[in-house]
Design a binder for this molecule. Structure first.
Ligand code: CP
Length: 359
């Protein structure tokens, strides 16, 4: 069974296939209408969303399928204490495929371990957001004509920004990618992405706290919102919330063909005066989100019983009762799941579910 929990669950060839299928859907929309007739997508959203949930819904409707689910878990049996695994076991009796967003990291992973239908991670805490990554890759391809060889600047909240973590993982498989990490000290990219992804895969990166210095060299500027809901300390959020603002003055420093992406929603990190600049791609990116999710649904339904498209093989998890994940937002600290770990780069041991360093 093929699930999409992390971008690396897809091979680079599978990613390219999905992006190419999305481009074919754009060119031949009518061919795909009805391709999911009599199929049902369940959207289980334990956390707020506009783009992801509605684009999944619109994608399935455009393919001729139906959608069920919840956007407020308080109106479901989650409010009575039903676990993530029991919920997907039940919903798998009603739906052919499930998209799940959850504030707890690792929740879609534990769901996939018991599900009889494909699970799509629609965002888990600060951890991962692989369908936004597919959206971003399609957008880069359509805006610039290629993905290989780009210099991309990630600006803002690189610590909690799950879209940033997932996109760097996916880009690490492309050729000659250069990454510029633009963030204040408090919001720097987690070490596990730097070590286990950039260092391991040979992605060139540098860190800076100056958007003005970085912007002239970029092909893509990926702006992000500072994620208030992820901070445990409100004073810390207040100190960093207005770290970077993209305005017309800064756009004047950029290349003529640079593309500005943002997963949205924005708060105040891109002024509306930038919206009419032809390089502002963030609303086109939203539409790409629906198109690529159409391609993803078709692909996962096709691959469901195809052994050529299984999940990647991993080393067996480390089970060591002396180790403990200290991330309060990890599934292993919120529901009863066996503590599991993996050996990562530089001899570091990380939580199996959320990638936090445990030793
Ligand atoms: N980009 C994104 O995930 O937006 P939503 O939170 O509105 O789904």
């Amino acid at each position: 069974m093929k699930h999409l929990i992390d971008p690396t669950d897809l091979t680079k060839e599978e990613i390219d296939q999905i992006v190419a299928l999305a481009e074919d859907i754009i060119a031949h929309r009518e061919r795909y209408q009805g391709s999911m007739a009599h199929k049902k997508l369940a959207t289980l959203f334990y956390e707020p969303s506009t783009r992801t949930r509605l684009s999944f819904t619109a994608a399935m409707m455009e393919l001729g399928g139906n959608v069920l689910g919840f956007s407020n878990p308080q109106n479901s049996s989650v409010s009575k204490g039903e676990t993530v695994q029991d919920t997907v076991r039940v919903v798998g009796c009603f739906a052919d495929i499930i998209a799940m967003r959850h504030p707890i990291e690792g929740a879609p992973l534990v769901a996939s371990e018991v599900s009889r239908v494909p699970i799509i991670n629609a965002g888990d805490g600060s951890h991962s957001h692989p369908t936004q990554t597919l959206t971003d890759l399609l957008t880069i391809k359509r805006e610039l004509g290629h993905i290989d060889g780009i210099t991309i600047g990630f600006c803002g909240d690189l610590r909690f920004g799950r879209t940033v973590h997932s996109l760097i993982k996916a880009l690490s498989r492309y050729k000659d990618i250069k990454v510029v990490l633009i963030a204040p000290d408090e919001l720097r990219l987690p070490d596990y992405i730097k070590q286990d992804v950039c260092d391991k895969m040979g992605v060139a990166y540098r860190e800076t706290d100056s958007l003005d210095d970085a912007i002239p060299e970029l092909d893509v500027l990926y702006m992000t919102r500072v994620q208030k809901e992820r901070f445990l300390d409100e004073d810390e959020f207040d100190r960093v919330k207005d770290s970077f603002v993209l305005d017309a003055r800064r756009m004047a420093l950029a290349k003529e063909k640079m593309a500005v992406l943002h997963p949205l929603p924005r708060v105040n990190e891109i002024l509306t005066e930038v919206d009419d600049d032809p390089r502002a791609a963030y609303f086109r990116q939203v539409e790409n989100g629906k198109l690529v999710r159409m391609a993803l649904i078709i692909s996962l339904m096709e691959w469901k019983n195809d052994p050529a498209h299984g999940m990647p093989e991993h080393d067996a998890p480390i089970l060591n009762p002396a180790l403990h994940c200290t991330n309060p937002k990890c599934i292993c600290n919120n529901e009863k799941h066996e503590s599991r770990f993996r050996l990562a780069e530089n001899g570091i041991t990380r939580c199996w579910y959320c990638d936090s360093k445990v030793r």
